[in-house]
Design a protein around this ligand. Structure first.
Ligand SMILES: Cc1cc2nc3c(=O)[nH]c(=O)nc-3n(C[C@H](O)[C@H](O)[C@H](O)COP(=O)(O)OP(=O)(O)OC[C@H]3O[C@@H](n4cnc5c(N)ncnc54)[C@H](O)[C@@H]3O)c2cc1C
Length: 414
């Protein structure tokens, strides 16, 4: 009865939740943005910083036995698994395998591409309003390879980039050197996706969106979302400063969403792919001007305010299991042959968890059987970049205005 009344409660202040709150508050609604920790300091802090208009490019389950064996036996840093965990995610892995067929990849890309078109532009709008546009770099990202299979993979990507009109260039070694002169020689070629951007400080960028939400009138409240319950037509969250309620609630809890939603009878097909990062200094005057992915080894190097951030590929393990950063050592050995890294800048690697759906398409829709609950979850490999466009779509769904893109693509599929 003594509740503070809002129009919308947003649960989770990562890229998705902070962007949603800023957009909804910008339209004049009374918003509460809830997080149990500081905004933008979890998954949305630790990533490679790519804001990708080409986020529909696949991260497929390997379909050829030789590649699968190389992944499974740790011969490349791409993948690591806690094998005891694998049986519990077997159903999801099977769906991932099926979604990684040529037809599945084309279908996911077709559903995702319209939202991706807005990845950079929606971030620019929020960052401009938040005064943090200087944290966004418009130099694209690059993927490089030393191998012919790597070049063949780039051909597949180029087909999709052409289909959705994403500006890019296929590079030979001289082309790569012209853009990134400090990469070491021996590369066969690469792909430069010009249409995309990156941020030099993902945590600060997303925190600035939470501040923007506040400037637009939202209340930022530190509380545990797990207290959420329904009372009549309203959603209620107990907080340390009293209960708050609203007719609408947006669930943007990233890798924590699955178990949270299970408590409300909503089953979302999300499994985490954990990932690590470590910052390095560089030797001499070596620099990079954009994120550079090593296609042969599944890691990325991004110039960040805190140093050169090396992010690792997928680790299949329970979200909260103790860190097993074998991929950091394997990727570092490779990264040193690509770019003149100097010392590690932290004692321990950072560990986070990508919230992945099997088909790589996030879930942005009303929760079945839960009126007024909007899901914005499952952004997997690309939630930092897709957060701002997702926030815009969420704001449209909340307000009932013409949606940015057809939301049918993001329905929860049974
Ligand atoms: C190594 C790595 C590299 C990546 N590289 C990129 C990249 O280059 N580009 C890209 O776009 N994406 C990248 N990603 C993916 C991206 O980081 C995620 O998809 C994205 O951050 C997810 O955002 P989110 O807002 O859904 O979740 P989060 O950022 O995790 O936000 C969820 C929030 O919910 C809060 N929360 C959780 N439980 C509760 C609770 N009970 N009560 C209250 N609050 C709670 C958390 O504190 C958190 O702030 C990468 C991920 C990793 C791990």
């Amino acid at each position: 009865v003594n509740e503070t009344l809002f129009d919308v409660i947003v649960l989770g202040a990562g890229s998705v939740g902070a962007s949603s709150a800023a957009q909804i508050a910008g339209r004049g609604a009374r918003v509460a943005l809830i997080d149990s920790r500081k905004p933008g300091q979890q998954t949305s802090y630790g990533n490679a910083g790519i804001i990708d208009n080409a986020a529909f490019l696949p991260h497929p389950f390997p379909r050829n036995i030789a590649t699968l064996l190389r992944y499974a036996t740790g011969q490349t840093p791409h993948m690591h698994a806690h094998w005891g965990h694998v049986p519990s995610i077997a159903g999801w892995l099977w769906s991932y395998f099926k979604a990684s067929s040529a037809g599945g990849i084309a279908d996911s890309a077709a559903r995702l591409a319209p939202l991706c078109q807005h990845a950079v532009s929606e971030h620019q709008k929020l960052a401009a309003a938040a005064g943090t546009l200087h944290l966004i770099r418009d130099t694209g990202w690059m993927m490089v390879t030393r191998t012919q299979p790597g070049m063949d993979g780039i051909r597949g990507d180029v087909e999709l980039l052409n289909r959705y009109g994403i500006s890019h260039e296929v590079l030979d070694e001289a082309g790569i050197a012209a853009l990134e002169p400090h990469l070491k020689p021996g590369l066969r070629g690469g792909l430069w996706v010009k249409a995309s951007s990156s941020t030099s400080d993902p945590g600060r960028l997303i925190a600035s969106y939470a501040v923007l939400a506040e400037q637009r009138g939202a209340a930022l409240i530190e509380a545990d979302a797990r207290g959420l319950f329904r009372s009549g037509q309203r959603w209620v969250v107990p907080t340390p400063t009293g209960a708050i309620s609203a007719p609408k609630v947006v669930v943007a809890l990233g890798p924590w969403a699955k178990e949270f939603l299970a408590g409300h009878g909503v089953d979302v097909p999300i499994v985490v792919k954990r990932g690590y990062h470590m910052h390095f200094s560089a030797e001499g005057n070596a620099t990079l001007s954009r994120p550079v992915g090593d296609g042969d080894n599944g890691y990325c190097l991004t110039p960040m305010t805190g140093g050169y951030r090396m992010t690792t590929g997928a680790e299949f393990a329970p979200r909260d299991a103790a860190p097993t950063p074998v991929q950091v050592d394997r990727a570092e050995a490779q990264a040193r042959t690509l770019f003149p890294l100097s010392s590690r800048l932290e004692a321990q690697p950072w560990l986070g968890a990508r919230p992945n759906t099997p088909d790589g398409v996030p879930i942005i829709c009303e929760a079945p059987g839960q009126p007024g609950m909007i899901l914005a979850v499952g952004h997997g490999h690309w939630g930092l970049g897709l957060g701002a466009a997702t926030g815009r779509l969420v704001a449209d769904l909340v307000a009932g205005t013409t949606p940015l893109v057809d939301p049918a693509a993001f329905a929860l599929r049974g």
